[in-house]
Write a protein of this length. Structure first.
Length: 81
């Protein structure tokens, strides 16, 4: 898991293929994304705190817009020829 740059929340990604954002003060679930088709292996915030990136064993990196609460962009891995 990773802490938001302002320290108010933490993001987690897991084998259940989801990404979750938690308020560290209240322990409440703020956002929940059915993110990937395989386990989430890495997660990190953009330095601005406005976006969250998640990487998965499904060979994608997804960029989440936290202010809109939606998927912003999906990056697919390049396959070798």
């Amino acid at each position: 898991c990773q802490f938001h740059p302002d320290g108010t929340c933490v993001a987690s990604g897991s084998a259940d293929r989801t990404v979750k954002l938690w308020d560290v003060r209240t322990l409440q679930l703020l956002q929940h994304y059915p993110a990937h088709s395989d386990a989430v292996s890495e997660i990190d915030f953009h330095p601005s705190g406005s976006f969250l990136l998640s990487a998965s064993a499904d060979s994608t990196v997804k960029v989440w817009d936290l202010s809109e609460g939606r998927l912003f962009y999906t990056i697919h891995s390049h396959e070798a020829a």
